[in-house]
Write a protein that binds this ligand. Structure first.
Ligand SMILES: [Zn+2]
Length: 454
């Protein structure tokens, strides 16, 4: 796992989970506080697991929807025009049952299927920018630098998005998304208990009852209407149990988020030495790492791995702890064990490639190149992967490929002219009509066509 964090400069299109309700009443003090994107293989995988039956029910199971986790304690989620779904860590932490998250995802997917965002896009020219921001969001891992606790990816989103008040979905879009969610939840067999529980949680939790806004929320018909609607669906169509294995996945996600977000001393108090259940042990290991008590963290992880020797996510966590402890060779070994079990885990490959690249020999650069080629195959939209790939190619003296990788990165970062320049330079090094030449040529044409179009 890697807990990569990227700062955003403002909130993006809040949906009407909690945040949006306040906006409706105009009582929101707009917060331009930075938000961070969190990347973690295990957490992202959990969200994909919850999403899978819904995509299937929507006949979208071939579509690759990206789910991005935002560091924010409030329960919320939203969907961007490209279908990218943002989920707050607060949603994951507060939901006791994973079907609550599935219910939330079903609602966002409902907006996507109903084309609600495109309808808004017609209304607000700036939405286009939001779409672009959304694509870059969380994916600009180019400048990842280590900090004691988290990896911070330094790329700031330049253009921004001060349009949150305008970008509310209408009430009819909201109820339309709920109806669609209801269909998907029924067809997927996930049922309605989760989404019902989530809405009840919203009603109970937000905001602080001492605030005047609480009255708005608690009397606001939307959440109450939703509860009534889903309760009726539940009664009509019957309860379903949480899919097998999901609770175990979810408990680990919550424990990890707790380990990374809460004060480490508190985590250690809650999960004291000798804690027996795995999620608690994981949270404890993370807290120990954050306190730089690496010896204890590593010993605990060794004990965990002795019992769960086939669990790729645990090897990933161990790799992170080793790397944090400065034991890079050990980190490489554990990342290797993780990748063996999770060959699709582009983020872990990116981490491992970073360690190879530090060694800067051509054998290591080759290993890094191979990891990064896999990473961009599974997640082509991450500029940082392309930057690292370019770095590997440079070490290997393959300058055409390096330029092509930089052209890909610049394209994703919305720097078309720079992208074109790299692509043109790359082309000169390739034989005409080779696969790389054709790709470079595509990029040049794409940039030119876009310029004509705008
Ligand atoms: Zn909504």
């Amino acid at each position: 796992m890697s807990y990569l964090v990227q700062r955003l400069t403002s909130r993006l299109m809040p949906d009407l989970w909690y945040f949006g309700v306040l906006v409706l009443f105009g009582v929101l003090v707009s917060s331009a506080a930075a938000q961070a994107v969190v990347r973690d293989t295990e957490i992202e995988n959990a969200l994909r697991v919850y999403m899978q039956p819904l995509l299937k029910a929507a006949n979208l199971d071939d579509e690759r929807l990206i789910i991005t986790v935002i560091q924010d304690p409030n329960i919320n989620a939203t969907v961007l025009p490209n279908g990218q779904i943002l989920v707050h860590t607060g949603s994951l932490r507060q939901a006791e049952d994973p079907t609550e998250i599935a219910g939330m995802l079903a609602h966002e997917l409902g907006h996507y299927v109903n084309n609600d965002i495109l309808k808004l896009t017609g209304k607000f020219a700036e939405s286009q920018q939001i779409s672009l921001a959304g694509i870059a969001l969380g994916l600009g891992l180019a400048l990842a630098t280590q900090s004691p606790e988290l990896l911070i990816a330094g790329q700031l989103l330049g253009q921004h998005v001060g349009v949150r008040n305008q970008l509310q979905f209408t009430r009819s879009m909201e109820s339309g998304a709920d109806r669609r969610a209801s269909e998907l939840l029924h067809r997927s067999g996930l049922g309605f208990s989760g989404i019902l529980a989530l809405n009840q949680r919203l009603l109970e939790n937000y905001p602080d009852p001492a605030h005047a806004e609480a009255k708005y929320l608690q009397t606001h018909p939307l959440t109450q209407d939703r509860i009534t609607y889903f309760a009726r669906q539940l009664q009509r169509l019957g309860a379903r149990s949480t899919p097998l294995g999901w609770q175990r996945i979810h408990d680990r996600v919550r424990a990890k988020l707790q380990g990374f977000s809460d004060a480490p001393q508190e985590v250690l108090m809650q999960y004291s030495e000798g804690v027996e259940h795995l999620p608690g042990q994981m949270a404890r290991a993370i807290a120990l790492m954050r306190l730089a008590r690496y010896g204890e963290a590593i010993a605990l992880m060794q004990a965990i791995l002795a019992e769960h020797s086939e669990d790729g996510f645990l090897y990933d966590l161990m790799g992170d702890i080793q790397r944090q402890a400065g034991r890079e060779d050990q980190a490489l070994q554990y990342y290797g064990q993780a990748i063996k079990r999770l060959p699709w885990a582009s983020l872990i490959r990116y981490q491992r490639a970073g360690l190879w690249l530090k060694k800067a020999t051509s054998a290591h650069a080759l290993a890094a190149r191979d990891d990064l080629l896999q990473a961009v195959r599974f997640e082509p939209e991450v500029p940082g992967y392309w930057h690292s790939l370019a770095h590997a190619y440079r070490l290997l003296d393959e300058s055409g490929e390096a330029d092509l990788a930089l052209a890909e990165a610049a394209l994703l970062e919305h720097k078309p002219e720079q992208s074109k320049a790299y692509a043109l330079r790359a082309k000169r090094g390739f034989s005409v009509n080779s696969a790389t030449w054709l790709r470079a040529d595509d990029i040049v044409k794409q940039v030119e066509a876009k310029r004509k179009g705008s």
